[in-house]
Design a protein around this ligand. Structure first.
Ligand code: GLY
Length: 342
């Protein structure tokens, strides 16, 4: 097991890469934890949970809303949760985002930690203290910055993941390589088959290297004033794609979004065409989509409604090379043109 630390404004977080769900009890600081999980994770791993109150939610992006938050608040009241209660979210990104939000707001904030059960949550969603839910069709519109005290990344839990979920995690791993670590990109190119097979050594290294990049960025800029925006590489187009079609999971949409953002980086003469080809080829090797058929008007509309837009511009993440992201203001018009070229 290897650990990484994040220093947050409201508290610190320790990421435990390679720790096991079975050892969760040794990280619980109080006698009365409440576990929040989803029906799938409970069915697969419930026998390994600590003996405590359990709140189960359903699965899928559609439940990431204030109705689910309200349901959990009701359950916490029923369980007589108080300020001494410790919340543990056990699950993927949706469980962690919701559990972190509930813990940050119930009774003005309870202590909390996560066990992340998906590759995407281990390398991105559960790390960095962003908690929240979608609102009126906008992703993560209501939320908090608040660090979980610990995040357990147990590789054993990945063995039951559907293939598409593994690919979504690999998309975020590739994102970390593209924005911050060229040697990770080399490693992925050489070891993509081992990554796809969830080979223990390869996936352990990739999760750890991803968390190194992410925790380094969050330590510099927890509240996303500047540096942290780089983690949104591929996400402006990716979120627009997710809004426009149900056919893509988050990581798949981000994969296409990264291709469009890389293409735009070439157009702006920041990125070499040969590096653009490398990026696309790596995503193809990782079985991720690089193009899509989309309703362009709907995508443009979604980009116009992006919550990161300020006036006519969006702080957009481009690449100056593999492993080197930069943030530039791009006009909505330029992004519209990039959509037309899709
Ligand atoms: N997933 C992007 C971030 O945590 O900032």
């Amino acid at each position: 097991m290897r650990t990484l630390d994040i220093k947050g404004v409201n508290g610190d977080s320790r990421i435990l890469v390679g720790e096991k769900l079975e050892r969760l009890g040794s990280y619980l600081p109080v006698q009365r934890p409440v576990v929040i999980t989803d029906t799938t994770v409970e069915g697969l791993y419930g026998d390994k949970f600590p003996n405590c109150d359990l709140i189960k939610i359903s699965t899928g992006e559609k439940i990431k809303n204030l109705d689910t938050v309200r349901y959990i608040y009701d359950q916490l009241v029923d369980h007589e949760a108080d300020r001494s209660t410790f919340i543990v979210g056990i699950g993927g990104g949706i469980v962690c985002d919701i559990a972190g939000f509930v813990a940050s707001t119930y009774m003005r904030g309870l202590r909390f930690g996560f066990v992340s059960s998906t590759l995407l949550a281990q390398v991105d969603a559960s790390v960095g203290g962003k908690n929240g839910v979608n609102f009126h069709g906008y992703k993560n519109m209501i939320g908090t910055f608040n660090q979980p005290e610990f995040v357990i990344c147990d590789m054993d839990l990945l063995k039951t993941l559907p293939k598409r979920e593994v690919l979504c995690g690999l998309a975020e791993i590739a994102k970390h390589a593209f924005i911050g670590d060229a040697s990770m990109c080399d490693y992925l190119e050489r070891n993509f088959e081992r990554a796809l097979d969830l080979d223990e050594e390869a996936i352990g290294k990739l999760v750890y290297d991803s968390v190194v990049i992410k925790s380094g960025v969050v330590n510099m800029d927890e509240r996303e004033k500047g540096e942290r925006k780089k983690l949104n590489f591929g996400h402006t187009f990716g979120h627009a794609i997710e809004k426009t079609t149900d056919a893509f999971l988050h990581g798949e949409a981000i994969s296409v979004g990264m291709v469009v953002a890389s293409q735009l980086s070439v157009t702006k003469t920041l990125l070499l065409p040969s590096d653009f080809e490398r990026i696309k080829e790596l995503l193809v090797k990782l079985d991720l989509p690089t193009t899509l058929r989309a309703d362009k008007d709907m995508m443009v509309d979604a980009i116009k409604k992006d919550k990161k837009r300020v006036g006519d511009d969006i702080d957009f993440v481009l690449l100056e090379g593999i492993g080197k992201a930069v943030i530039r203001k791009i006009s909505v018009k330029e992004l519209e043109e990039a959509v037309s070229d899709l």
